[in-house]
Design a protein. Structure first.
Ligand code: DGL
Length: 262
């Protein structure tokens, strides 16, 4: 179903397994201030990154179908895992543009410097076919580090508890005496703990995420299809399959995300 009035005035649906996609939404409202966004965080079903691909696909279809009923003009899958496991199928099924994400391995490979590129992402993203093909093209010097459970810290509002520090210490320890050119935040939850992750490395190590690139792609596609809303103040509606407490946390994290620079 598409918007029958003026499609440019229809909202954009954005979703993630939880609060992570708010880091993308923060960038989206900066780059596209006139647009109306509906954000859905599927907290009840989180995490996606350790679920079977079919299960993630089914959840993603359910969310996009409900966006469709609300006449969105485009959808952003603000989740690397759901993109890896469902974007192709969603695009084959729906006629509106569906923008996905992938770990920023290509930009990392283009950086100067002979050092390692560490890719932090969910087990689901890193074991997907989509990632395998990305890695085959841009994975020179790249080490893929699955991070099961890391999103849970972010979901709970943690930015640096001893348990979170221990998790990262354990994960990153083998690389702390190596030359690391870049760390790729391949899950939309991780930009919320970017300062903590960065604190393990020298200042010269670049910490990359795919948020700005994803929103640039959204803007390109909307412009191409004459779907850009170019005036009026945009609105943001935050929704969750979680409880009231989740919604309160989401609101606070959205404010935080608007200030984050990727
Ligand atoms: N934020 C998600 C991603 O970008 C997934 C986290 C999860 O649900 O495991 O991959």
């Amino acid at each position: 179903m598409s918007c029958e009035i003026d499609p440019r005035l229809c909202p954009i649906g954005v979703f993630d397994s939880g609060v992570g996609g708010l880091s993308v939404l923060g960038e989206a409202v900066r780059q596209l201030p006139h647009e109306d966004f509906i954000y859905f965080g599927d907290t009840y079903n989180a995490p996606y990154g350790t679920k079977a691909p079919e299960q993630v696909r089914e959840l993603a279809f359910g969310i996009v179908e409900s966006f469709c009923a609300r006449r969105v003009k485009a959808v952003v899958i603000a989740c690397n895992t759901a993109t890896a496991e469902a974007a192709k199928e969603l695009r084959a099924h729906y006629s509106f543009p569906i923008i996905g994400m992938e770990p920023a391995l290509k930009p990392a490979s283009e950086l100067e410097g002979p050092g390692l590129r560490l890719v932090l992402a969910t087990p689901g993203t890193l074991s997907s076919e989509k990632y395998a093909s990305l890695y085959a093209r841009f994975g020179q010097n790249a080490v893929s580090l699955p991070c099961p459970g890391l999103m849970d810290f972010v979901e709970s509002g943690d930015r640096g508890s001893p348990a979170l520090r221990d998790y990262l210490e354990h994960l990153l320890q083998p690389y702390l005496h190596e030359n690391v050119t870049a760390v790729v935040l391949g899950c939309t939850h991780y930009p919320f703990i970017r300062p903590l992750i960065a604190s393990f490395f020298p200042e010269s190590t670049r910490i990359l995420d795919g948020n700005a690139g994803t929103v640039r792609q959204l803007r390109r596609v909307l412009r191409q299809k004459d779907l850009l809303k170019t005036e009026g103040t945009g609105t943001v509606t935050l929704e969750t399959s979680g409880n009231d407490q989740t919604l309160t946390l989401m609101k606070a994290m959205f404010e935080e995300a608007k200030e984050m620079i990727s």
